[in-house]
Design a protein around this ligand. Structure first.
Ligand code: HXC
Ligand code: NAP
Length: 272
C-alpha cells in the first residue's frame, strides 16, 4: 500500500513560528495545504509569516502577537485561533530565548528570562491549548535542544529549561494518552541559518567545528526538522508518544559537551 501524508485543511498551530526552525515547520505544513496559525511577540514578524504561509500553499493562515511568558495573553491568543480554525490537529510549541552566559556571570533575572520563555512558556501553551486539542488524534510537538540532556557550559539556563520541557512532554504523554493525544519533543542539532547558531556558533571557525562534530558531517536544514514534524504528526507515528527525538545528524552519539567547553572558554577569555 502506498503511504500518503495528508495534511490538507488540518489545523496546525505553531507558537514561536515566525522565524528560523519553527517558521520552517509552519511553512512546511502550509505547503501541504494545512490551515496554519503562528504566534510570537512581534506583530511585524507575524504578518510577514502569515503572508509567506499563504504563498506556500496554506488553505488558511492567521497569526497573533503574544508573549508566551504571559499566561493570560497565551490563553486569549489560542482561544482566538480556536474560534477561527476549530480544534487543533497539530500543536508545535517552540518559542525560546538563548544567549551564551556562565552561571556565575549572569543575573538571576537573565536565567529567569530563559526559563520563563522556554519552560513556563511551554507550560502556558500546553495548559491553554488543552481544551482545544482534537481528542482523539492531536499530535503535540515541543521543540527542545541538546542542552536539555547534555550539560553544556554557558548554557545552564537553556539546559535547565529544556530538560523541564522534555519532562513536561513525558508527563503529558502519560496524562493525556487515554484521550488519544500524542506528544513528543523534537531536538534539533546544529541547524544552518538560524538565530540559535548565530548566537552560539558565530565564527566561521566554530561553524566548521560544529560540522566536523556532527557525524553526518553537515549542518541540519530547517526542512530536516520540519520533515520529522510531518512524520510525527502522521499515522506513520500513530503509536509514538512521550519520546525525545533527535534530528541532529548523530550529534547525540558524540555529545555536545566539547561545543559547550568552547563557549565557556570563549567567555572566560573575554574576561581576562
Ligand atoms: C547575559 C543577558 C544577555 C547576555 C540578555 N541578558 N542578554 N545576560 N548575557 N548575552 C539578560 C538581561 O541583562 C536581563 O537581565 C535579562 O537577561 C532579560 O533580558 P531582556 O533583554 O530584558 O529580556 P527580553 O527582552 O525579554 O529578551 C529575552 C532574551 C532575548 C532571551 C534575553 O535574547 C530574546 O528575546 N531572545 C529570543 C530569540 C532567541 O534567543 N533565539 C535563539 C533561540 S536558540 P537583567 O538582570 O539585566 O534584568 C535556542 C537553542 C539553540 O534556544 C541551540 C543551538 C545549538
Ligand atoms: P529563533 O529564530 O529565534 O526562533 C524563536 C521564535 O520564538 C521566534 O519566532 C521568536 O519570535 C519566538 N519567541 C521568542 N521569545 C518569545 C516569547 N517570549 N513569546 C513568544 N514568542 C517568542 O530561533 P531558532 O534558532 O530557529 O530556534 C527555534 C527553536 O529550535 C527553539 O525552541 C530552539 O531552542 C530550538 N533549537 C534551535 C537550534 C538551532 O540550531 N538553531 C538547535 C537546537 C534547538 P519573536 O522574537 O518575534 O517573539
Amino acid at each position: 500500500m502506498a503511504v500518503t501524508l495528508d495534511f490538507q485543511d488540518k489545523v496546525v498551530i505553531v507558537v514561536g513560528g515566525t522565524s528560523g526552525i519553527n517558521r520552517g515547520i509552519a511553512e512546511t505544513f502550509a505547503g501541504q495545504g494545512a490551515c496554519v496559525a503562528v504566534a510570537s511577540r512581534s506583530q511585524d514578524k507575524v504578518d510577514d509569516t502569515v503572508a509567506s504561509l499563504l504563498k506556500a500553499g496554506a488553505s488558511k493562515a492567521i497569526g497573533q502577537a503574544f508573549d508566551v511568558r504571559d499566561s493570560e495573553a497565551v490563553a486569549a491568543g489560542l482561544t482566538f485561533f480556536h474560534e477561527q480554525l476549530g480544534d487543533f490537529d497539530i500543536l508545535v510549541s517552540g518559542a525560546a530565548g538563548n544567549f551564551p552566559a556562565l552561571v556565575a556571570d549572569m543575573s538571576v533575572n537573565a536565567f529567569r528570562a530563559v526559563v520563563e520563555i522556554d519552560l513556563m512558556g511551554t507550560l502556558h501553551v500546553m495548559k491553554a491549548s488543552y481544551p482545544f486539542l482534537k481528542k482523539p488524534g492531536c499530535s503535540i510537538i515541543n521543540i527542545s535542544a541538546p542542552q536539555g540532556y547534555q550539560p553544556s557550559e554557558a548554557q545552564g539556563h537553556v539546559g535547565a529549561a529544556k530538560a523541564g520541557v522534555d519532562q513536561i512532554t513525558r508527563v503529558l504523554a502519560l496524562e493525556w494518552g487515554k484521550e488519544g493525544i500524542r506528544i513528543n519533543s523534537v531536538v534539533p542539532g546544529f541547524i544552518a541559518d538560524t538565530e540559535g547558531m548565530k548566537r552560539l556558533s558565530a565564527s566561521e571557525e566554530s561553524l566548521a567545528v560544529s560540522i566536523d562534530y556532527t557525524p553526518l558531517n553537515r549542518l541540519g536544514e530547517k526542512t530536516d526538522v520540519a520533515n520529522m514534524c510531518l512524520m510525527l504528526s502522521s499515522e506513520l507515528a500513530g503509536f509514538v508518544t512521550g519520546q525525545v527525538i533527535e534530528v541532529d545528524g548523530g550529534l547525540y552519539l558524540r555529545g555536545s559537551s566539547l561545543f559547550g567547553k568552547a563557549l565557556g572558554d570563549m567567555l572566560r577569555a573575554q574576561k581576562t
